[in-house]
Design a protein around this ligand. Structure first.
Ligand code: HAM
Length: 432
């Protein structure tokens, strides 16, 4: 017993602003989502990688770009005890490419297919679907320049979402091309010429940075900038022959795979490492609200080299898992928490129930024992809430006679089974 004198009521502590707790049933659904990801990505040949949650700050500044929103105002950056600047990763691609180079993977395999699942951190203004800590599934393919892999990646994203239960007509895939270092300068110059007379109408951020990076204006979410961006010249008019071949190849491969998509010339994405293909998946299902971009990605053929590796083409995307949970919100719940509930009356019944539950679990069944010793009625109520298919009832009379009542919840049918046979019968009934 504590000997401390009772003090004033302790202050109730709260989670960090903009960060959320992921509790059941959402956390259970996340496990299910991750299981589907491991399974489907495995079928496409992708392997899981885990890179650290913190990296040295220059990695992000160099990869994502100094003049991006993420690097300018959203990173969680701090000094560690050795005085080096560290940053909580705002995204996963930079760390993956750092690891690819650090372990010289290019010398081990010509094509590297990796994915990751984990938390990312951005100090953004919080709202539904936008958090300061969020989780991503990220997928990266390194070593392939051909557009076939871009198309296959988009088809894979749609297949993943379909397998998770999202309706096809709730998903919109937008694609664009940004050209490359050969053709981007002429597009950039044309964009600058177009934007200059509109300067006073641009938002503060865009006014400040459009001369260094006019593409940022195309990506800006402010209404005024969006209106201007709608009239801006497009990359398609400036593509070099190699980028045009890639773009046409991509459209062809998307057609072959029957991937429906819309070309969106404003889709430049908020990170600087992209070239050629960019894409985003928008979703109209569930309660996503304004933050309805479920996934985004594209090519980053220059990033491996920029971070000190050999020239290596690459493409990837990431999907926000909290947004996915919001999108899936309307769908029926997953598998019930328990398939079989053991409802007992009295100490002897509870003693018999424990090994029965253990045996059921060993045979792959989700089994629950109500340890509280409350009334049969309240235990039955809880069993119903857990969504179980079968209740095994051990009342005083059943214990005396060495039987168990097996009740099927859907039909309310009940039969008596000898104690020694009940696990086998329950499994049989469940799997039927
Ligand atoms: P991103 O567009 O910055 O791309 O993020 C990808 C997805 O992460 C978004 O579509 C969204 O679902 C989710 N997300 C981003 N910020 C938040 C937030 N504050 N709260 C909740 N969800 C958020 C990337 O991160 C790139 N690394 C994708 C990539 C991989 N490109 C090539 N490979």
């Amino acid at each position: 017993m504590s000997t401390r004198a009772p003090g004033p009521r302790a202050e109730r502590l709260q989670a960090v602003k903009g960060m959320v707790d992921l509790l059941p049933p959402d956390s259970r659904r996340l496990v299910e989502i991750e299981r589907v990801c491991h399974d489907l990505l495995g079928r496409y040949g992708y392997a899981l990688v885990e890179t650290p949650t913190v990296e040295y700050t220059p990695l992000f500044a160099r990869s994502i770009g100094e003049e991006t929103d993420i690097v300018e105002k959203e990173m969680y950056t701090f000094e560690d005890r050795d005085g080096r600047s560290l940053t909580l990763r705002p995204e996963g691609t930079a760390g993956v490419v750092r690891a690819y180079n650090e372990h010289a993977i290019h010398g081990i395999e010509p094509v590297t297919l990796w994915y990751y699942l984990g938390p990312m951190f951005r100090h953004e203004r919080g709202q539904r679907g936008r958090y300061r800590q969020f989780h991503q599934l990220g997928v990266e393919a390194l070593g392939v320049a051909e557009p076939g892999i871009d198309a296959e990646m988009m088809a894979m994203l749609l297949a993943l979402l379909a397998q998770l239960g999202l309706a096809r007509d709730a998903m919109e895939l937008h694609i664009n091309t940004l050209g490359c270092s050969v053709c981007r300068p002429s597009f950039r110059a044309a964009l600058l010429r177009f934007l200059e007379p509109h300067e006073p109408e641009l938002c503060e951020d865009c006014q400040r940075r459009f001369r260094q990076n006019p593409l940022r204006v195309l990506d800006c979410k402010e209404e005024g900038c969006r209106r201007i961006a709608g009239e801006a010249p497009t990359t398609l008019d400036h593509l070099c022959p190699a980028c045009r071949t890639h773009w046409e190849g991509l459209l062809g491969d998307l057609g072959t795979l029957e991937v429906p998509c819309e070309v969106d010339h404003r889709l430049v994405r908020g990170l600087d490492y992209y070239n050629r293909t960019t894409f985003e998946l928008l979703c109209t299902a569930g309660s996503l609200g304004a933050q309805n971009t479920l996934a985004g990605g594209g090519r980053y053929d220059g990033l491996v080299e920029l971070l000190g590796g050999p020239p290596t083409p690459a493409v990837g995307f990431a999907m926000g898992l909290e947004r996915l949970l919001l999108a899936l919100g309307d769908l029926p719940p997953l598998a019930p928490r328990a398939e079989v509930c053991l409802v007992t009356q009295g100490a002897e019944a509870r003693r018999l129930a424990l090994p029965l539950a253990r045996e059921l679990r060993a045979r792959g069944v989700r089994a629950d024992v109500d340890h509280r010793g409350t009334s049969l009625k309240s235990q039955m109520k809880r069993a119903d809430r857990l969504g179980c298919a079968i209740v095994l009832l051990l009342g005083e009379s059943e214990v005396t006679r060495g039987v168990v009542g097996l009740r099927r919840m859907a039909t309310s049918e009940q039969e008596e089974i000898p104690l020694a046979e009940v696990v086998g019968r329950a499994v049989e009934r469940l799997r039927r």
